[in-house]
Design a protein around this ligand. Structure first.
Ligand code: MG
Length: 366
């Protein structure tokens, strides 16, 4: 019964007024742009910055708050402002929907909003958090997963001068596997600095930085000799045929990141890569990520959960499904100085999932 009918009935009969339950209050929605400050200036082949803005989304209903976050990816022409506007444009639809039917809601959201995958992810995460909190169960249990299967995460060493790079490697002592950005002129100096202070296995990400297939093969074979386990996206995403050639000339696995955003992309790139990088901000949330993991496995490809620079909201959400993947690169929250929440923790590199209901977040500041 909607509010107007209820008022009519109530006005017509005092007896009915006592019997009729009040309509449930509508959920309240909040969006907020949060500026995350990086501990170190962050440099990749694409950008260099000292902070990142992400979009927080809160879904308040029945005394519980479902929390979501989206970290918009500049490469796909998204920003925190466009994400905020996208959510606000469908606020009425979200407020009138039943959160228990969240898969149906998300289908409608995806149909209504073109692009804006970070905004979609924020909505998806918040609804999952709300539903699992309401059930009183951690999200990974809701998905039927075993927290003991959560993988080790890499810890990223941002590109810097050799001296600062060495310092960062020493600070990363608790993490058994390091992730290094390559594809820049400084690669040799960076790798020399790192190998000067550690023998840890390295996972590499070129972010489309190698200019041609010959350079990619030369660099990858050199990096393999330095202990690289695998490399992400050596060539620009569109260079599919060149990537197939590179794959035939090297030994270590090559993972697609920029060349593979969602499950539907996997069949198109499966003959050129050995695995895929799954990010909630690319897939539009947990449902899209689960679909991507299953599709990759069906193509006998390796899976890695990755992330953008974001707070413990996104990282904890991704960690909840990490028992399903081969590798994790979920360190976005470890790179920031003002994380508003704590959730997933890392012990000797292993992701430790919270036992609290939903995402299991605890507010720590702000
Ligand atoms: Mg990458």
């Amino acid at each position: 019964m909607n509010r107007r009918n209820w008022m009519k009935v109530a006005g017509a009969s005092p007896a009915l007024l006592a019997a009729a339950p009040p309509p449930p209050p509508q959920p309240s929605l909040e969006t907020e742009i949060v500026r995350l400050k990086l501990k170190h200036t962050w440099t990749t082949t694409m950008s260099s910055s000292e902070f990142r803005d992400t979009l927080y989304f809160r879904y308040n209903s029945g005394g519980l708050t479902g929390r979501g976050e989206g970290a918009p990816i500049v490469r796909y022409k998204e920003s925190a402002e466009t994400a905020k506007r996208a959510i606000e444009s469908i606020a009425g639809m979200l407020q009138s929907a039943d959160p228990w039917k969240y898969r149906k809601i998300l289908r409608d959201v995806f149909a209504k909003i073109p692009g804006e995958w970070a905004a979609k992810s924020a909505i998806d995460i918040a609804l999952h958090d709300w539903v699992a909190q309401k059930l009183g169960t951690p999200l990974y249990k809701y998905f039927g997963l075993d927290a003991a299967d959560a993988p080790i995460t890499t810890f990223s060493i941002g590109i810097d001068t050799p001296e600062i790079t060495k310092q960062k490697v020493l600070e990363a002592e608790p993490y058994p596997v390091l992730k290094i950005k390559v594809g820049l002129d400084k690669d040799e100096a960076t790798l020399e600095a790192i190998r000067g202070v550690t023998k840890k296995p390295l996972r590499l990400d070129a972010n489309e930085g190698f200019k041609n297939k010959e350079e990619a093969v030369r660099k990858i074979n050199w990096l393999e000799g330095l202990g690289a386990q695998f490399i992400e996206q050596p060539l620009p995403a569109h260079m599919h045929e060149e990537q197939k050639w590179v794959r035939s000339k090297v030994h270590i696995p090559i993972l697609a990141d920029e060349a593979c955003l969602r499950a539907e992309d996997i069949p198109k790139i499966a003959d050129a890569y050995d695995g895929v990088v799954i990010k909630l901000d690319k897939t539009g949330g947990l449902l899209g990520a689960l679909q991507m993991i299953d599709t990759a496995k069906a193509h006998k490809m390796k899976t890695m959960l990755g992330c953008m620079v974001s707070s413990s909201v996104t990282i904890t959400a991704a960690a909840q499904i990490s028992p399903l993947v081969d590798f994790a690169d979920l360190d976005g929250n470890l790179l920031i100085a003002n994380d508003p929440f704590s959730g997933v923790r890392v012990q000797q590199g292993k992701l430790i999932l919270p036992e609290r209901p939903g995402l299991g977040l605890v507010k720590v500041s702000g």
